[in-house]
Design a protein around this ligand. Structure first.
Ligand SMILES: Cc1cc2nc3c(=O)[nH]c(=O)nc-3n(C[C@H](O)[C@H](O)[C@H](O)COP(=O)(O)OP(=O)(O)OC[C@H]3O[C@@H](n4cnc5c(N)ncnc54)[C@H](O)[C@@H]3O)c2cc1C
Length: 226
């Protein structure tokens, strides 16, 4: 089946402009960690599609989405006004942004809602019992833009092979963590890791260039652009 109909079971505000949605997973719906769905939106009698990466892992009974709300965005408005219990229509999962089978460690870089597919990949790898080193570099502007901090903290506490850093590009004076864009925190030694990037086109372009300059082969740099 190519189009699914299901129910929104949970809607949570993660920050002032990011929502998390949980959708009941239809029995015949399958996906790989890192893939996205296309949500079908009715507009003027036509069907319009908007892509959203799945933030949950394939073993769960729900499909998690993490949606950044844009002013006057078509999809954004649908999610802003939707309620738990509402029906949602979407196409089957798609996309090639999935963890590749290599012996390298995994270095993930996400900005904003770009954390959605990367969260799914990280949790899925850890659930599978991967013995690779996994590191996440997560960038947002302000401290109030950070989400899933507890989820990340719990993962790091429960898995010795997972670490993460959060960097703020516009930190308040009280912030004690890393500052600057993610591009300011790319390691020079990149030979042992595969890189997975997700976020704005500008971030992906900048970080890819740094990684290539540092000697990383393009085939080991995987990315999804929102
Ligand atoms: C593979 C993939 C995965 C993705 N995953 C995610 C995800 O997990 N989470 C997420 O949040 N997003 C994700 N996106 C982005 C998402 O698909 C949408 O593009 C995004 O949410 C904006 O859609 P929208 O309908 O809200 O805005 P749109 O209606 O497409 O509008 C985009 C922007 O343009 C402005 N705009 C619209 N019309 C006009 C106009 N006439 N004049 C001036 N400005 C205008 C809007 O205000 C808005 O700011 C993904 C995209 C891809 C390709």
């Amino acid at each position: 089946m190519d189009t699914f109909k299901s129910k929104i079971t949970q809607k949570t505000e993660l920050t002032h402009n990011v929502l998390e949605l949980k959708i009941e997973k239809p029995q015949d719906f399958t996906f790989d960690a890192g893939q996205f769905i296309q949500v079908v939106i009715e507009q003027d009698g036509k069907e319009v599609l908007r892509s959203y990466s799945i933030s949950s892992t394939p073993d769960k009974d729900h499909i998690g989405l993490c949606v950044k709300l844009l002013d006057n965005g078509l999809g954004s408005n649908v999610f802003k006004t939707c309620r738990e219990g509402d029906e949602i229509k979407f196409k089957k999962a798609n996309g090639k942004f999935i963890v590749q089978n290599t012996n390298n460690d995994l270095f993930f870089i996400a900005t904003g809602a770009g954390l959605a597919p990367i969260m799914s990949m990280i949790e899925n790898e850890l659930k599978k019992g991967s013995e690779k080193q996994l590191h996440l570099l997560f960038g947002v502007q302000h401290e109030t833009d950070i989400f899933w901090q507890e989820r990340l903290k719990n993962l790091a506490q429960n898995h010795n092979n997972f670490t993460y850093d959060i960097t703020l590009s516009k930190p308040e004076d009280s912030w004690k963590g890393l500052g600057g864009r993610v591009s300011a925190h790319i390691p020079e030694e990149v030979s042992n890791s595969d890189f997975y990037l997700c976020g704005s086109p500008a971030m992906v372009t900048d970080v890819r260039k740094i990684l290539i300059d540092n000697g990383k082969d393009v085939k080991d740099i995987h990315f999804e652009v929102f």
